[in-house]
Write a protein of this length. Structure first.
Length: 150
């Protein structure tokens, strides 16, 4: 089975973007870590990134159809700043009935107040926050363990 790893806005800048918050690994490094985790756990990994809310929504709908068809376990998503703004992403996750692990590289609760609220969390199966980019393989493993396949 497959897991879709979605990265939202500005995560294409990983590596050079605020390294004190997000570390020095690039998005390519992160995607390689995800592929390694998938190989170790026996799941296929597909990684996508977009700065556009609508693409993320379309991909969640697509994932919902794949989950319903029994071909996908679910989604690991770092929604970036859309975490704090997007009712549309919340509705997409609920509407598509996708098991989704919400992930943040930084500890959003130790940062600005505007990062403390997430529209995604009430629709998420679980949340991984503040463990750096190591959170990605952990989120993939979490999704495998909480699904039937685990
Ligand atoms: C982030 C935290 C968000 O508040 C921020 O807007 C991001 C990245 C994280 O991974 O820590 O873009 O989701």
């Amino acid at each position: 089975k497959k897991i879709l790893v979605l990265n939202g806005p500005n995560l294409n800048l990983l590596g050079t973007r605020e390294p004190a918050q997000y570390g020095h690994e690039t998005l390519a490094d992160v995607e390689r870590m995800c592929q390694e985790a998938g190989a170790r756990l026996g799941v296929e990994i597909e990684c996508r990134q977009s700065n556009h809310e609508g693409f993320l929504i379309d991909w969640i709908h697509e994932a919902g159809r794949e989950v319903a068809a029994g071909r996908m376990l679910g989604v690991v998503m770092n929604p970036g700043a859309y975490t704090h703004t997007s009712i549309a992403l919340h509705d997409a996750i609920k509407g598509a009935s996708v098991p989704l692990i919400e992930l943040h590289i930084s500890n959003v609760h130790a940062r600005e107040e505007f990062r403390h609220h997430s529209y995604i969390s009430p629709a998420a199966r679980g949340i991984i926050v503040g463990l750096g980019v190591k959170g990605y393989p952990l989120a993939i493993e979490a999704l495998v363990r909480v699904s039937d396949a685990g």
